[in-house]
Design a protein around this ligand. Structure first.
Ligand code: FES
Ligand code: FES
Length: 329
């Protein structure tokens, strides 16, 4: 069966493109998605609980992108096995274009099902697929327009226009200081911060949007700086871990991470703290579940998460952010 759809997404194309390549964003938006992890650039594994008519099952599968045209679209092929429920396969072509400051996303998809799923009829299966797509885009749009927990979209991110020289102009405010440079149009924001500006507190763990070590704030929103080009961020206000607290002081999150022993090697810590700060400023009530959601795009390989969660709760209380437990005595 084949279906098509179109969505007007209230965000610039670069932000939509970055979100469509971010496994944490995709996990958050796919209804019933329990796990969505990158295994290689453009390749993910996923576990999704889905109900199609009377058939309800947990599907485990993989998704692979090809014909990737940065900022313009990709082709996606996915397949999932749901045990006795059967299997599903999906091929989709996603295209992006600018539309009056927003982004128009068009997709065409072909789905194939087998096993029990094939017995319940194509009408029910198509209806379920449309409902999943509607729920996905409703969450995706809310996230990109700043309405969801862990909101994603940098308002300033724009398409890059490189000159004949392959260079692009970058004009940013970084940690309160104006910065202007001509850089290679392909230069990632994280490399610009580390190599051009010497702000090495922002780390590179994976370079493929998986670990969150490179998280910074762009226009107040936590973003993975390996996901954006420096030129896409031009015009924006960037805060890195070096600029989070006034010079010589520590931010309440830094104090809490220190007090709670929420780090060992410290490699993940700058990204963890920048993501946690985005969460604490998002307006949601802080509890185990909201912290898990807010930090799901940040990986720690040595400390474990118990102390990190405790540190975020302590910082929330110190900053007067509502917590499930209420204010500190
Ligand atoms: S997510 Fe950016 S370096 Fe890992
Ligand atoms: S403290 Fe070592 S990776 Fe998190």
């Amino acid at each position: 069966m084949e279906f098509t759809g179109t969505q007007l997404i209230p965000a610039r194309r670069a932000a939509v493109w970055a979100a469509l390549n971010d496994p944490a964003v995709l996990q958050q938006c796919i209804p019933g998605c329990e796990r969505f992890e990158a295994t290689a650039p453009g390749e993910w594994t996923a576990v999704v609980m889905a109900a199609v008519g009377p058939v309800k099952a947990r599907f485990t599968g993989s998704v692979k992108l090809d014909d990737i045209q940065p900022l313009a679209g990709y082709r996606l092929a996915g397949q999932g096995q749901g045990g006795v429920a059967g299997f599903g396969k999906l091929q989709a072509r996603v295209r992006l274009r600018d539309e009056a400051g927003d982004t128009r996303l068009d997709y065409t998809a072909q789905a194939q099902v087998g096993g029990k799923l094939a017995q319940i009829g194509s009408r029910l299966v198509t209806g379920a697929a449309r409902k999943i797509a509607d729920q996905f885009f409703s969450s995706f749009n809310a996230l990109l327009s700043g309405g969801g927990a862990g909101s994603f979209a940098p308002a300033t991110a724009t398409a890059v226009h490189a000159g004949d020289s392959g260079l692009a102009a970058v004009k940013l405010t970084v940690n309160g200081r104006p910065v202007q440079r001509q850089v290679e149009a392909r230069l990632l924001l994280v490399d610009f911060l580390r190599k051009d500006l010497g702000l090495t507190g922002t780390h590179v763990g994976c370079d493929t949007t998986q670990c969150g070590a490179c998280t910074v704030h762009l226009d107040g929103v936590a973003v993975k700086s390996c996901t954006l080009l420096a030129a896409q961020a031009s015009g924006g206000v960037v805060t890195t871990i070096e600029g989070l607290a006034p010079e010589g002081g520590l931010h309440p999150l830094q104090q809490a991470f220190h007090r709670c022993h929420a780090l060992q090697c410290g490699f993940c810590t700058p990204g963890m703290i920048m993501a946690a700060d985005g969460l604490l400023r998002s307006g949601c009530t802080i509890d185990d579940a909201s912290i898990a959601r807010g930090l799901e795009g940040n990986l720690c390989r040595c400390t474990g998460y118990v102390h990190i969660i405790e540190a975020v709760k302590q910082a929330a209380r110190a900053m007067g952010v509502p917590t499930a437990e209420g204010a500190a005595p």
